[in-house]
Write a protein that binds this ligand. Structure first.
Ligand SMILES: NC(=O)c1ccc[n+]([C@@H]2O[C@H](COP(=O)([O-])OP(=O)(O)OC[C@H]3O[C@@H](n4cnc5c(N)ncnc54)[C@H](O)[C@@H]3O)[C@@H](O)[C@H]2O)c1
Length: 316
């Protein structure tokens, strides 16, 4: 028996990222679900008539302007919420009465701890699982990096810098989630800069330092319109890792300089071009397991999103 799925929000990550692109892998919920034989994409919903018409005509999938109408007409087990950030609260609240098994929501799940606590309470009571698409948690590169840090591959970490663009709450949240995932809740957070974002309306452009016992993570906003690069640079006493603007993931080892005595340098050890076409597939595999098996670990749970919001709720 196939698992019935519906998508609410068929914009870029919902549908358009893969539309007319013929990419290797999948970059939208629509293509990920329709490429997996265990899923049945029963219907989709979007406020945008143009997008609904494309999906209805090309894919013969029922489309709705109202998610309530969709859910009252079809029995759905997995509801995907990939609509704009500010729509999540109302949609998540409304979904409960239709009793899906899992709601897979785009990040950020919600924008305040009060809303998140309220939603998690209702979902727990109704035994509905929430999973959130914090995509790095589904990336083999970032899973490997976590293990390398834990195995002390880089030695003592001297510098840990993460760069983002287009809004702190919209985008830096990925790096904050990575920090939480790798190291837990920091002992202290220092705000270095906090100004309105110019590149993402109603958001902030914030630089932070997350202080842990053994490491300090600096998160730096680069407020440039439409900039999609996210960069990472970790420097340790034994090695270094960078993710550059071209998505190259490079690992360096510290070695003796070939010419200069008593000098050591970082020398490239391995380099990959990060391919992110399997992130959504990995996320859906985790969701699938949560539906079909017992006691499966929810890689990116609603509770984690609550922890994340609590971590940054008192920022100055
Ligand atoms: N996990 C990731 O790496 C990642 C990447 C991109 C976007 N996102 C998240 O995905 C969500 C969507 O982002 P996007 O870039 O695709 O945005 P988008 O603006 O391209 O698409 C959003 C779509 O949602 C629709 N929509 C809004 N309110 C709706 C409602 N009430 N009912 C039905 N449809 C509604 C809009 O019409 C639009 O088509 C955001 O929350 C964003 O933060 C996550």
């Amino acid at each position: 028996m196939k698992i019935n799925v519906a998508i609410i929000g068929c914009g870029r990550i919902g549908f358009l990222n893969d539309f007319k692109k013929n990419l290797t892998g999948t970059y939208s919920h629509f293509k990920t679900i329709t490429s997996d034989k265990t899923f049945n994409l029963v219907a989709v919903c979007d406020l945008n008539t143009k997008i609904r018409n494309i999906i209805k005509k090309k894919y013969k999938i029922p489309t709705y302007k109202s998610y309530r109408e969709l859910l009252s007409k079809h029995k759905i087990e997995i509801v995907v919420v990939s609509s704009s950030d500010n729509s999540h609260y109302k949609i998540l609240k409304d979904l409960v009465k239709f009793k899906p098994k899992i709601v897979f929501c785009e990040k950020p799940l919600l924008q305040s701890t009060t809303q998140t606590e309220e939603i998690l309470k209702i979902y727990k009571k109704n035994k509905i699982i929430i999973s959130v698409n914090f995509s790095r948690r589904f990336s083999r590169y970032f899973c490997d990096l976590k293990k390398m840090i834990e195995d002390n591959f880089f030695g003592e970490i001297k510098s840990f810098e993460l760069k983002y663009s287009r809004g702190f709450y919209h985008n830096a949240i990925h790096w904050l989630d990575l920090s939480l995932w790798y190291f837990g809740i920091p002992n202290k957070i220092l705000t270095l800069r906090n100004v309105p974002s110019k590149s993402f309306l109603k958001d902030r452009d914030i630089d932070l330092k997350l202080i842990y016992r053994d490491v300090q993570i600096k998160i730096v906003g680069i407020d440039i319109d439409f900039l999609g690069n996210e960069e990472l640079d970790i420097i340790g006493t034994k090695g270094r890792v960078t993710v550059n603007p071209e998505d190259k993931f490079t690992i360096y080892k510290i070695q003796k300089h070939k010419i200069y005595e008593n000098t050591r340098v970082f020398v490239r050890h391995r380099q990959y071009l990060m391919k992110n076409g399997d992130l959504l597939k990995n996320a859906y595999n985790n969701i699938k397991k949560q539906i079909t098996k017992k006691n499966v670990f929810n890689i990116s749970s609603g509770e984690t999103s609550l922890k994340l919001l609590k971590m940054i709720e008192d920022l100055k």
